[in-house]
Write a protein that binds this ligand. Sequence first.
Ligand code: GTP
Length: 595
Amino acid sequence: MKHIRNFSIIAHIDHGKSTLSDRLIQVCGGLSDREMQQQVLDSMELERERGITIKAQSVTLNYTANDGETYQLNFIDTPGHVDFTYEVSRSLAACEGALLVVDAGQGVEAQTVANCYTAIEMDLEVLPILNKIDLPQADPDRVSEEIEDIVGIDATGATQCSAKTGIGIDAVLEDIVKNIPPPEGEPEKPLQALIIDSWFDPYQGVVSLVRIKHGELKKGDKIQIMSNGQVHIVDKVGIFTPKQTDTGILKTGEVGFVIAGIKEIHGAPVGDTITLQREPAEGPLPGFKKVKPQVYAGMYPISSDEYENFRDALSKLSLNDASLFYEPENSTALGFGFRCGFLGMLHMEIIQERLEREYDMDLITTAPTVVYEIVEKGGNVIHIDNPSALPPVGNIDEIREPIVEANILVPQEYLGNVITLCIEKRGVQTKMAYHGNQVAVTYELPMGEVVMDFFDKLKSTSRGFASLDYNFKHFQPADMVRVDILINGDRVDALAIICHRDASQSRGRQLAEALKELIPRQMFDIAIQATIGGHVIARTTVKQLRKNVIAKCYGGDVSRKKKLLQKQKEGKKRMKQLGNVEVPQDAFLAILKVG
Ligand code: GTP
């Protein structure tokens, strides 16, 4: 055990975590050059395309250090985006140390600070690493000072490296071996293995990534999942090198995978403890804090025949992603579907894309919303995650909106822009501190404003330099109203939004305008109205189609005509029939384009 080091990397997006991981794997001989071509830890195709890390994965490496001893390094990958902070704490629970990788040209960002605090709270040894020192703008001294100043850990003599060129990688490995403590745990005690992650593999069933806290786990063992008491026999146990490699055993302190013929996808929940049936541990390990989704949206299959497949796909995805929430819902406009809860907008987009790509679903997603707390007349308090569920105005005593505490780090020259943006989003400043050229500002902001496009706006107003981290703080009374949309006189429940009264007039107008652009012309006029409590605040009309589209190219060549028909057909795939009006998928997300 004294030769094991379990660690994670904390880094802001683009500071080079994946590149550094690849280097460590390469230096430790895990892979040939050809296999190195792709960034191996980001296993999902989608991740690679978007260039971000979503799921925690692990890799076990052997490193022979300068002291001549060979160490087993278990490296657990963590996601970098603001939506996925929760998964970071999961990975950290399996480690004794973390590398804080900071781009020596960019400096510290809010997200890294937040994750670093989590690591420190969990008693991990945090090692600062300054990456990208090959860049001409690298300023390791300034960035070291910034780390000390903002994060509050000693960064004098922080290891410097370039994951890209390979300079300093040996120093990083030596730093890990020397400064991260080996795991503690008792081999003699009954098995306690923490499930860090579980995913469904179509060929192997449920695969779980575990950290052995006490005891050991062997092939053939009868294991018991502590939360549900289910017993399974271990088929395979081993490590990722990063290839899945059977070892037949995992010992105290080690990190690896277990496959035990678990078919039922909720059979090995993340955060649960595995023990042995013949000698069970007294109790489970402390699991993970349950995450609460922050953004909710309805998801509906375009064709109602797909409903069962959709349920199945969601249930598979949720094994792999404990933060995905879903429950059946129905909409007058869209029929049967699910209300899904996400960590943020990026998470929502990723889930939607995975459902479409990996499970071949055609879906309509409704406008995302946060949870509102409603005090009904008589004092009853309810929470709603769907604008349609808002009780009639006469029954409402008070609407409370969720407020987040947002920590923003920004270079001084963009501070003015950031403040303007926060004020526009109804923010209230609570703290401000200068750290060299960086300013740390804290705002209380309505979550409904933050989850939508705030992050993008923050980035564009600061030319990419500002960074953000936020946490739910409390519910606060606010003057909120529901804006309804009527199409040809019928209220479309899936298009309703909740927003602040001050913004409601303009949102309603913009929404009606946006819908006018998005809904294609049909054989009759389509009236679009935005209303608040039955009172019309905006009205637009999609004029009827005059010409036959095909007639336009009559006499033209056949292939062109075919192409046009094909295009229309493809367009149709994403249409939903509302009464006699066809509405495209985009229309349901029109709200994201306004405000
Ligand atoms: P996520 O996976 O999105 O969290 O990003 P990441 O932190 O893993 O960043 P990644 O390794 O993908 O690197 C981001 C960019 O920085 C890539 O274009 C890398 O080639 C580049 N990069 C990484 N390390 C270095 C370095 O040491 N020097 C230079 N010049 N570029 C680097």
